[in-house]
Design a protein around this ligand. Structure first.
Ligand code: 6PG
Length: 260
């Protein structure tokens, strides 16, 4: 287990947590453009980050013309399906942010999953570059079972060390097949930001941040990287210990977005 530097921010509410994530991304974008002339961002799926995307769309200084968007996972459904991660982001972000259409790199959920996983990996290698490609920011969510992206507990995809993007079969209770980043791609990211809000995530948050429970895929990200930023609201932070709560609230009060 590496000595992980956890940058923990505990916001008073889910809305304020979303605003902070938008700030973190906008700050990272400005740094990336200054240093490398562009910004590469992988969006998380699920419902939690949608509020952050709405704030990001309104961020006054986002360098959209120099930003490339990816998704860290997608459900194997068409983009207009209600469960599409792309479709959800399109409504709150793409419809408002002036990002060049050819900078939006959608996972084609309607395509054959295995072929699309290989295609998307090629897009990442060609667009981002590097071996493995180093995205500037990878935004991740957290499931109540500790999954992140579409890396579910016990999934063979967790042991993938060569492929950067794979198709996965859903665990019981999950409807759609998925296409997901693998750990090698996530761990290569220059910055990784988790956003989790709501009391339903509190147990998984504590199992990851306190117990470092390796049965939870999100822990595999935490313990293998030098730095990970976690943005929580008070409800998701409920089961943390007093030291982590004090650390996270002090980080919130500083109002400066943590560097990712
Ligand atoms: C997905 C996500 C997944 C998500 C968590 C949390 O496609 O579902 O990538 O990892 O982030 O399941 O989802 P909510 O934000 O909807 O709780």
């Amino acid at each position: 287990m590496s000595s992980t530097a956890i940058e923990l921010v505990i916001a008073p509410t889910a809305e304020r947590a979303a605003m902070r994530v938008a700030d973190v991304i906008a700050h990272a974008a400005a740094m990336a453009v200054r240093e490398r002339g562009r910004f590469t961002l992988a969006l998380a799926g699920g419902r939690t980050p949608l509020a952050a995307y709405a704030h990001l769309a309104a961020a006054p200084d986002m360098p959209w013309a120099r930003t490339h968007l990816f998704w860290s996972d997608e459900r194997c459904v068409p983009p207009d399906h209600p469960d599409s991660n792309f479709g959800a982001a399109a409504g709150v972000l793409l419809s408002r942010a002036p990002i060049p259409p050819d900078h939006v790199h959608r996972i084609r959920g309607e395509a054959g999953p295995d072929d699309e996983a290989r295609r998307y990996e090629s897009v990442l290698r060609e667009t981002v570059g590097g071996v493995p490609p180093r995205l500037d920011v990878i935004l991740l969510g957290l499931g109540e079972d500790g999954h992140t992206a579409s890396l579910f507990p016990g999934s063979p995809a967790l042991d993938e060390r060569a492929r950067l993007v794979v198709a996965v079969d859903p665990p019981p209770g999950v409807v759609h097949r998925r296409i997901t980043f693998t750990l090698p791609l996530i761990l290569a990211g220059r910055g990784v930001v988790f956003l989790a809000t709501g009391a339903a995530k509190a147990e998984a948050v504590a199992r990851v941040l306190i117990a470092h429970d390796e049965a939870l895929p999100a822990t595999r990200v935490l313990t293998a990287r030098a730095q990970v930023v976690w943005v929580l609201d008070e409800e998701a932070a409920r089961d943390l210990n007093d030291v982590l709560k004090a650390q996270g609230r002090q980080a919130w009060a500083r109002q400066t977005p943590p560097a990712v």
